[in-house]
Design a binder for this molecule. Structure first.
Ligand code: SAH
Ligand code: SF4
Length: 401
């Protein structure tokens, strides 16, 4: 594992990176670009920002020099700061990102973003909020107060930062550690999951706008079938997600009885299991080729019995589904433990024998705590350590001077 505290510049002009077409249009109108030119200019900017990943207006060779200068005077192409980058032995990368302040009193929130390379895909796990208002008892994020919703720009910027870091824009050199996906035609970031901090369906408008930018074929160009939004079960927003965003859906189920789910995922008291599964059955675009993923965290002695597995299979009957068994990631102070391996296997066998592929999600990036539900707080310690190391180095240097 390696951990680096990263130096970055603090640009103060607003960044155009992460904006939607409509927002870019407004930004251009503000600096006096005439109405009749806006569409064409937006298309040009779109290509340079999202397809080429440029960081300087001067690289935009088909934009008139004078306009490039005006753009540079008012705006930037800066990305949010990566404060810490950690690279796991297995190639998993985690970035602690500081967002620019949104107001005079805002110190700038911090979010995390994790990149998981596999042979045939590269998955980026993005956050949708700073913290979370929900209080799932097994989730570390749930113990933190919500600071705020992320803007759609901040959501999109997570992918741009990731592609910068893994050298995945034209003309960049990818890292040579051999840990990026290697299949023919496989993109370094081929999939996005909204499984970082926050409940994406409680920040739906921004998530929808961000998905529009991420999936735009002229730019970042991720297929909507490769974007998955994970929800703890905000039932009224599920059909809206299907209709307006058209992505894949993942449900954090974790329990098969309301009584237990009420404690694990308290939102269940508002939207119980049968209502949640009804919304799933009616999810727009659902088919055997577009299945819903049901996430099930394995908690020792809580939800991991063979009877639970059989009930899970019974409940999901008729819904085109994938079942993802997640080994619980413990965090300091949690009351839960991860189920024993043989118990997970027994559970997985029952699910498998009922006709579901039931991959147990292999823990990745354990050495850098890049696991779900551990985001942010642990990194704060790492960051403190990184700072101490830097201070120690600086001191050593000044001693030598
Ligand atoms: N709020 C959304 C998305 C973020 S959580 C949701 O709940 O679906 C992403 C996934 O990580 C969810 O399935 C969540 O239940 C799971 N998760 C949270 N804490 C975890 C932990 N400590 N161990 C394993 N999985 C966890
Ligand atoms: Fe929020 Fe999801 Fe964690 Fe629940 S599991 S507290 S909804 S981030």
């Amino acid at each position: 594992m390696s951990s680096v505290a990263v130096e970055t510049s603090g640009a103060t002009r607003p960044s155009l990176v992460g904006l939607t077409r409509a927002e870019l249009g407004k930004a251009l109108a503000t600096i006096g670009v005439p109405d009749r030119e806006i569409r064409m200019r937006v298309n040009q900017l779109w290509h340079w920002i999202y397809f080429q990943g440029v960081t300087e207006f001067d690289r935009m060779t088909n934009v008139a020099k004078a306009l490039r200068a005006t753009l540079a005077e008012h705006y930037s192409l800066s990305r949010p700061e990566v404060i810490v980058e950690q690279i796991s032995n297995d190639g998993t990368r985690k970035w602690l990102i500081r967002l620019p302040p949104t107001s005079a009193t805002d110190k700038g929130a911090e979010i995390e973003c994790v990149y998981i390379p596999e042979r045939d895909r590269g998955t980026l796990c993005v956050s949708s909020q700073v913290g979370c208002t929900l209080t799932c008892t097994f989730c570390h994020t749930g113990t933190q107060k919500l600071v705020r919703n992320l803007t759609s720009q901040e959501i999109v910027q997570q992918l741009v930062v990731a592609r910068d870091r893994i050298g995945d824009f034209p003309g960049m050199t990818p890292p040579t550690d051999g840990m990026l996906p290697s299949g023919e035609g496989v993109r370094a970031v081929s999939n996005i999951v909204f499984m970082g901090m926050g409940e994406p369906l409680y920040n739906f408008d921004n998530v929808r706008e961000a998905i529009g930018v991420l999936s735009d074929g002229e730019g970042l160009s991720l297929s909507k079938r490769r974007i998955t939004v994970s929800t703890s079960g905000v039932v009224p927003q599920i059909p809206t997600l299907g209709d307006e965003a058209g992505t894949m859906l993942a449900i954090s189920l974790h329990a098969v009885r309301d009584e237990l789910r009420n404690t694990l995922v308290p939102l269940n008291k508002k939207y119980p299991i049968d209502e949640l599964l009804d919304a799933c059955r009616n999810y727009p675009g659902l088919s055997n080729a577009r299945r819903i993923t049901f996430e099930y965290v394995m908690l020792k002695g809580v939800n991991d019995s063979p009877a639970d597995a059989r009930e899970l299979v019974r409940l999901l009957k008729g819904i085109p589904a994938k079942i993802n068994l997640i080994p619980f990631n413990p965090w300091p102070g949690t009351q839960y433990e991860c189920s024993d391996w043989d118990v997970i296997e027994r559970f997985s066998d029952i699910v498998f024998n009922a006709g579901y592929a039931s991959p147990v999600r292999t823990p990745r990036g354990r050495d850098i705590l890049a696991a779900c539900g551990q985001l942010k707080s642990e990194t704060e310690k790492v960051r403190a350590r990184a700072r101490l190391m830097m201070e120690a180095e600086a001191e050593a240097e000044s001693d030598h001077a």
